[in-house]
Design a protein around this ligand. Sequence first.
Ligand code: CMC
Length: 426
Amino acid sequence: MADTAKISIGGKTIDLPILKGTTGPDVVDIRKFYAESDAFTYDPGFTSTASCESKITYIDGDAGVLLHRGYPIGELAEKSTFLDTCYLLLHGELPNAKQYADFEHTITYHTMLHEQFDRFFQGFRRDAHPMAIMTGAVGALSAFYHDSTDINDPQQRMISAHRLIAKMPTIAARAFKYFTGQPFVHPRNDLSYAENFLRMCFSVPAEDWKPNPVLTRAMDRIFILHADHEQNASTSTVRLAGSSGANPFACIAAGIACLWGPAHGGANEEALNMLKEIGTVDRIPEYIQGVKDRRYRLMGFGHRVYKNYDPRATVMQKTCHEVLAEVGDADDPLLKVAMELERIALSDEYFIERKLYPNVDFYSGITLRALGFPAEMFTVLFAVARTVGWISQWKEMIEDPAYKIGRPRQLYTGALQRAYVPVDKR
Ligand code: CMC
């Protein structure tokens, strides 16, 4: 391919540089296009737009490949721990033993919340959706940790990253406890990240949470699977919010708000609701017909980038079987519905033609339910895991000398200038 692309517009030919990444499609650099052509490019939904340069995560949607800093997601899910993956995303390399121990210590010793912070939760209605609580509570962190909101100080950037990774499970567990009407459980420093989170969610004064290595490992793996995913909607939201110079806690709150939508992180909750609605295997054909009639979508299916099996879904399916076997639910009727639905969809022309495959959310709902979480918590768990991706991407942007405020333009199709009409003349 030539090193420049040419666009002819208004009788003028404009040369646009072609940028090459280490892998993936070439990128046509249109930064000077408006100045030279007086025209904008139009790409709602950003289907053809690379919004930034990044070294963190690579996805080949056609091949079903997901790499974090070069490492395949399947290998990380198998061999890494969530904190190991966090360090990798944040720093670019896997930690050595000392770096890992130091990082684990730092995260562990930042898990507590300021005591006054707990009063925030009391302000929510007692049945508030945990994602509503998350959006508000995480934004409120910036009111408590002023000493890590100077985005121009690299040390403060790192401290805010550590605080976010460490405190998200504590906030998420409180949102859960508040939602269920149980007392808050404080973090404990002798437990791993996943153990601590599960205990803060499931321990009650009458009975302590009992560790279970299979379930703890599954929780940790679910966190790894959701840790980052390139420039998805919530990550782009975090970058856009951060591009104005907003503090990292505010930016992550913006990311959580975006994640909540059913087309994004809210899909796991919707996917489980869908499986419950279908209920039994014999009702699948009728449900599939409704999808084809465009009355609704098959939740947990399809992806903007993956036009192949989502590699996270492969691991999630395996984890789902392990968790269900461990909790004695291997015959869960919803698992049967999910497996049959997947089988039928993968052999149906409607789905084949559109390259619709299960995504990470298809099996995560059943797995999380078996771990003991209600559907309202599913997106919260996604947010806990994705925090490291958001903050790594935010940091990368702030540290990029080329970064500037994100300010897209538009194709204006509204009224032309006209004179104001006084109310008695309208
Ligand atoms: N069920 C049925 N048809 C679908 C689905 C689906 N889940 N997804 C896409 N299609 C069809 C769509 O109707 C369209 O058909 P046609 O060309 O005939 O009009 C075609 O496939 C392309 O769809 P699109 O909306 O242009 O695709 P998109 O890239 O904009 O949407 C998506 C991607 C994830 C929003 C979409 O696939 C979807 O709504 N899936 C269900 C929600 C879901 O599971 N989301 C989780 C994504 S993975 C986790 C995350 O990233 O948060």
